[in-house]
Design a protein around this ligand. Structure first.
Ligand code: AKG
Length: 274
């Protein structure tokens, strides 16, 4: 894939300094979105949630095979069961999304991605394609740990003006992805990146020796009427029918995760974790 060109800086009306990536001004990095006490709390909460038994959370608490054995790779809809994470998702992160979208927002989705050493990345995709029926979307990815190229940080492209052609996994077709210019978005713990629905993004395997954990929360303008209940019902139905069709392991609506499944009995109607 083609590699990056320029990176500049923007200052928002509230004075926040943001990194501007490529030509699409909605793709920005917010340095120090979380202060030290918020990031300390988020680290502790992520450890608590990661310790839940695999399969114990109705919306998904998934494990993948890594060189060190099975490891938790994602918890979906964390805020449904964790008030601390819920307070961040509806607080500082929602404020950031509202500023980026320029209107009031609803938080319809959140997840923790853990990416342990040797943990897999995600193939290029666009969130508008991943979230059935959403019109405008802004995802805020917050770094719990430093995210470096070696540990599998996000790569973004500012080139897409529309939905791009996808393959049978729902990810951007390889021949199209190869033609895009990509920027590595390295983040320090507590920094965040705003990703709009059309911004293609991907990440690589964690080739380092420490985890690269992130919290990702997604927002739609309140005016769209797109809700958390609607999204998670659509997600469940879509994942069931797609996996019945192609037999692929997926931890999201698209089969964008490049990891290897560790199958478990999953909780279906109530959570069994602490
Ligand atoms: O955590 C990552 O590396 C990728 C985030 C992402 O794009 C996703 O979870 O869909």
């Amino acid at each position: 894939m083609r590699k990056p060109s320029s990176v500049g800086w923007l200052t928002s009306p509230s004075g926040t300094r943001s990194k501007f990536l490529g030509v699409n001004a909605t793709e920005v990095v917010r340095t120090r979105l979380l202060d030290e006490s918020q990031i300390d709390a988020l680290r502790a909460w992520a450890r608590e949630v990661e310790a839940w038994p695999t399969g114990s959370h109705v919306w998904g608490h998934y494990a993948e095979g890594t060189p060190d054995g099975p490891r938790i790779c994602r918890t979906e809809n964390v805020s449904a069961c964790h008030p601390g994470i819920a307070s961040l998702v509806t607080g500082s992160l929602a404020d950031c999304a509202a500023e980026a979208l320029g209107e009031p927002v609803v938080a319809f989705k959140d997840k923790l991605n853990y990416k342990q050493p040797g943990g897999a990345g995600f193939s290029p995709h666009q969130d508008k394609v991943a979230y059935p029926g959403v019109e405008r979307v802004m995802s805020i990815l917050v770094a719990i740990d430093d995210c470096r190229v070696e540990s599998g940080c996000l790569w973004l492209s500012g080139d897409a003006r529309d939905v791009l052609p996808v393959d049978d996994r729902g990810v951007v077709r390889a021949d199209v992805a190869t033609e895009l210019d990509w920027f590595a978005v390295e983040l320090a713990s507590g920094d965040a990146v705003c990703i709009d629905g059309l911004a293609p993004h991907y990440s690589e395997t964690n080739r380092g020796d420490v985890p690269r954990r992130v919290l990702v929360a997604s927002y739609a303008p309140t005016s769209e009427g797109y809700t958390r209940a609607h999204y998670y019902a659509q997600r469940r139905d879509h994942m069931r029918s797609e996996t019945a069709r192609d037999g692929r392991f997926r931890i999201s609506t698209l089969a964008d995760f490049d990891g290897a499944e560790v199958a478990t009995d999953a909780a279906t109607d109530h959570c069994t974790h602490p």
